[in-house]
Design a protein around this ligand. Structure first.
Ligand SMILES: *Cc1c(COP(=O)(O)O)cnc(C)c1O
Length: 483
């Protein structure tokens, strides 16, 4: 057995090795950035899988530079770049540099947020950021609380766990509990009902209105139906920024209904949460202060690297439903502030540091201005597309999505859906633009999610030109004379 090579350990003796490793990685990254020609190389799953499968993990390269070169070939050279203005697909944001500086520190120090004795000041920095965000949401100072999470899905799961716990305290059996949420809500709501042992039927989908916002008349009818059927609504989930349409459910009207029926009110603001930092558009979240819990994804509209997310709660006492005490970690009698008492995770990254450095370096208004600029961009693009006869748009966003498709009056619905799917696939493999796809009432559409403050109207119109050119060339299934 050979002695271990201790120069690989992050240790005061190895500051030089650390610096050179990091410097080499930064150089690779910056060189890669300098040669980018688009958001993707359009690589296929087959081509991406092959070189990865060929690596023998039991035969190490034993050289950091060679390992980095290999990683570059397997992944980095084909990575999808969310900061490219021609990337407009999913809810991925370009990230801010202060947060990347934080990322470096988080990884090296390897602080874990579960207990005070593993995180010291980090515990209080996380708590300050939770309190700061909850204050912006309008929660009462005396009772507000929350926790950083790995993402919106986990925040939603925990919110619904707390709502379930509150209902169970009133003696309601699990199989009677229901969650009510709009048909356009994120799938993590229905999935949470399953994970919480309530079954798939426990998530009731409420129809949306013409603007694709939750129909509150239908919500009240569904709440009435629950009572008639002997079921107990455990939570109503409003979405503040639906994933597809970027619209915000009517928060005040839903709060009223929750008050009348004495139901937990959760707001999934994974997408729209960034409005808390926007002086111009903060009012779109009016009514959020009346909720019991809120999901915020800093890694979407706050321009933070994955992961960075939070669950906020109005009343810290409700967090007890997520608590568990272990003698070896956080004994009940511990006097230390232990964040694990409020978290679904145990070992947990100090993701809060990224937001901290962002706020201290840039200020919240700058983050808000980034979000405002993409909201304005989406509005301008929506208006422009609405005037183009070969493009069909649906439901204007209150945030930054544009749902649209290429239109050809000679094609029936099925052919049109097929054509738009092919347009998207061809754009991907062409590598010059990435858009997303979704269905609207069963009909195939394309979607732009605009989260890049550097993208201009011109950049987005060039994406539409790609769509149009592909629509013309791929759609020419009928002879020219017939058109
Ligand atoms: C993205 C999103 C989620 C899920 O968040 P993750 O961070 O991806 O887990 C939940 N709800 C909405 C409305 C979202 O847009």
């Amino acid at each position: 057995m050979s002695a271990p090579h201790l120069e690989h350990l992050f240790h005061p003796d190895n500051a030089r090795e650390y610096t050179s490793g990091i410097t080499e990685a930064i150089r690779l990254l910056v060189d890669q950035l300098a040669t980018l020609e688009g958001p993707t190389t359009g690589i296929s799953p087959e081509l991406a899988a092959k070189p990865v499968a060929e690596v023998d993990l039991d035969d190490p390269l034993l050289d950091g530079g060679a390992a980095l070169a290999e990683v570059s070939r397997l992944w980095l050279e084909d990575a999808v770049w969310f900061h490219d203005p021609s990337y407009a697909a999913h809810l991925n944001c370009p990230v801010v540099i202060p947060a990347l500086v934080g990322e470096l520190l988080i990884a090296a120090v390897n602080t874990s947020m579960d207990t005070f004795d593993q995180s010291v000041g980090g515990t209080f920095m996380e708590r300050r950021l939770i309190d700061w965000t909850a204050a912006r949401a309008g929660y009462p100072e005396a009772t507000r609380d929350g926790i950083f999470t790995s993402g919106g899905s986990q925040s939603n799961l925990q919110a619904l766990l707390l709502a379930r716990g509150e209902a169970e305290r009133r003696g309601v059996p699990l199989d009677r509990l229901r969650f009510l949420t709009s048909e356009d809500s994120h799938f993590s709501i229905a999935k949470s009902a399953r994970l919480l042992g309530m079954g798939d039927a426990a998530a009731i989908a409420i129809p949306t209105d013409a603007d694709r916002r939750m129909d509150v008349v239908a919500l009240r009818a569904a709440l009435d139906d629950c009572v008639v059927d002997g079921l107990v609504p455990a939570a109503v989930v409003a979405t503040a920024g639906t994933t597809d349409f970027g619209v915000i459910d009517p928060l005040h009207a839903i709060a009223d209904a929750c008050q009348d029926f004495n139901v937990w009110f959760h707001v999934d603001a994974a997408y729209g949460g960034g409005l808390l930092a926007s002086p111009r558009y903060r009012h779109l979240l009016d009514g959020i202060e009346r909720s019991n819990s809120i999901t915020i994804d800093y890694h979407k509209t706050w321009f933070q690297p994955v992961s960075s997310s939070a669950l906020l709660v109005r009343d810290l006492a409700t967090m007890q439903h997520a608590s568990w005490y272990a003698d070896y970690l956080n004994p009940r009698e511990s006097e230390n502030p232990n964040q694990v008492d409020k978290s679904l995770q145990t070992t947990r990254r100090f993701d809060a540091l990224k937001l901290w450095l962002t706020l201290r370096t840039m200020g919240a208004d700058q983050i808000g201005a980034y979000l405002e600029s993409v909201i304005d961009l989406a509005r301008e693009v929506y208006d422009l597309l609405g005037a183009q006869p070969d493009i069909e748009v649906v439901a204007p966003s209150q945030l930054s999505t544009v749902v649209f498709r290429y239109r050809d009056p000679l094609l029936d619905e099925e052919a049109l859906g097929d054509l738009n799917r092919r347009i998207r696939a061809e754009m991907w493999s062409g590598g010059r633009g990435v858009v997303a796809a979704t269905k609207v009432d069963g009909r195939q559409f394309l979607k732009l999610t605009l989260l890049n403050p550097k993208a201009s109207v011109q950049d987005v119109l060039e994406l539409i030109e790609q769509v149009r050119a592909l629509g013309l060339s791929l759609g020419r299934v009928v002879p020219e004379v017939a058109r």
